[in-house]
Design a protein around this ligand. Structure first.
Ligand code: GDP
Length: 426
């Protein structure tokens, strides 16, 4: 049985925590898209960790963790991450890397930096991890597949061609030093040595696991609003963040995905530029939520950048859940809202004098104004509560109001950063 854990919003919804929690009863956890450009923060008995590339099942020794073919694999980052977690007492994780995953090369990171430099103020707010140049190359068919790292003659020839193409841009557009194919070849050999023990046909592994009745979690990165097709283009990421893509990025049949858990945070946050209708514009009010938010404040797990914060957006979240195909919604970080007397919730967008509940394309979204309803706060700390009925009445009303707006069942409520801080609801 396959369960997908994906973001209904802009990312940072707490997918890592939900995956870590569900991984205690899973056999396999798969990353199927994205790269080291975003992070999951996980808190458990080993401590607090920021993962960028490792699947969130690495803290469960019963779990096989897979880097799927859809991932942008940054090999040094992955190795450092494994070193960091084992260095802090976590048993060496069971890890497999798809032989069809592709490799983020140092020049991808450089191209990301140079392009942001060239665009100056008009940049896309990239984390400069090389993700857009990586996926561009993958689809232009000049990417390097993991399997190709072990085919030296083929690789040498491929790198010559890559250098011819890249150096034209480097020298003439960015005015930088050209790449050297021999240097790149050396890097590729180092990369091959680092990952050799982990490389496998992971699609075959997964098909076998499914036949044996194993439980597989697909772990998404970012959320619907960052999906290349369905998000706030062009302020999106360069791979699909949707559960449907999980089948492609892991190499399994789509009909195997039986449960899709769309993770949605009880308020909104977004990193980088782009339309954000329910953003809190009052800096003092925003600062308060930002500092209380998440676990230790709403600051990027990869970049440390302060996240923009806003009220819960039912329009964006309903769209987010619909595109994910949510069978379940996990509403997270609810505990953080306990300080508020009343809580605004965005229930519609006003566009050119008309109120809509449908999420528009980006140019229209940029003109949208939020329509708010205010709900009473519960004014207490709800962490530690394990039963739904024991939540304060106004807190349950908040959850049920959102559920009605979404039209998707909220079956999990997360009321703290730790694995145990979860309330299951039927
Ligand atoms: P992800 O990328 O979707 O996994 O999200 P991040 O890890 O970037 O951000 C979520 C943040 O919220 C992390 O710091 C988590 O430790 C924290 N977190 C997750 N669930 C909860 C929760 O229910 N309550 C609180 N207070 N923090 C949470």
């Amino acid at each position: 049985m396959v369960k997908a854990i994906v973001g209904a919003n802009w990312g940072d919804e707490g997918k890592g925590k939900i995956t870590d929690t569900l991984a205690t009863e899973a056999d396999v956890v798969v990353r199927f898209q994205g790269g080291a450009n975003a992070g999951h923060t996980i808190k458990n008995s080993y401590g607090k960790f920021a993962l960028h590339t490792c699947p969130s099942g690495v803290f469960n020794s019963n779990v096989t963790n897979i880097i799927g073919n859809g991932v942008a694999l940054n090999i040094p980052v992955l190795m450092k991450e494994i070193g960091d977690i084992t260095g802090r007492g976590v048993p060496a994780p069971k890890l497999l890397i798809s032989d069809r995953a592709q490799v983020v090369m140092p020049y991808h990171v450089k191209f990301d930096e140079y392009e942001e430099e060239r665009l100056k103020g008009k940049s896309f707010g990239s984390t400069k991890s090389g993700i857009a140049p990586f996926y561009s190359d993958k689809y232009a068919k000049i990417g390097i597949q993991v399997s190709e790292l072990f085919d030296e003659d083929y690789l040498k020839e491929k790198l010559e061609n890559i250098c011819t193409l890249k150096n034209t841009m480097l020298v003439h557009l960015y005015k930088k030093e050209p790449l050297d194919a021999g240097e790149l070849f050396k890097i590729c050999r180092e990369y091959a040595d680092m990952i050799r023990p982990y490389v496998a046909d992971t699609s075959l592994f997964l098909r076998k696991a499914l036949k044996e009745g194993k439980t597989v979690l697909l772990e998404g990165q970012l959320g619907t609003m960052k999906d290349t097709d369905h998000g706030i283009y062009p302020m999106v990421t360069s791979s699909s963040t949707l559960a449907a893509f999980g089948a492609i990025g892991a190499g399994i049949p789509p009909y195997e995905i039986k449960q899709i858990i769309a993770v949605s945070k009880a308020y909104s946050s977004a990193v980088g530029a782009g339309a954000f209708v329910s953003e809190i514009l009052d800096e003092k009010e925003a600062e308060e939520l930002r500092n209380r938010g998440g676990d230790g404040g709403e600051y990027g797990a990869t970049t440390g950048r302060p996240r923009r914060v806003g009220w819960y957006d039912c329009v964006a979240s309903r769209y987010g859940c619909a595109l994910q195909g949510a069978t379940d919604v996990a509403l997270t970080v609810l505990d953080v809202l306990g300080y508020l007397d009343e809580i605004p919730v965005c229930t519609g967008y006003e566009v050119d004098g008309q109120v809509t509940r449908d999420f528009p394309t980006t140019r229209t979204l940029e003109r949208a104004k939020p329509v708010y309803e205010k709900l009473p706060g519960w004014k207490c700390d709800i962490t530690g509560i394990r039963k739904y009925e024991e939540l304060p009445e106004n807190c349950r009303k908040y959850i049920e109001f959102i559920e009605k707006q979404l039209g998707f069942p909220i079956t999990m409520v997360s009321n703290g950063p730790s694995r145990e801080d979860i309330i299951y609801r039927k």
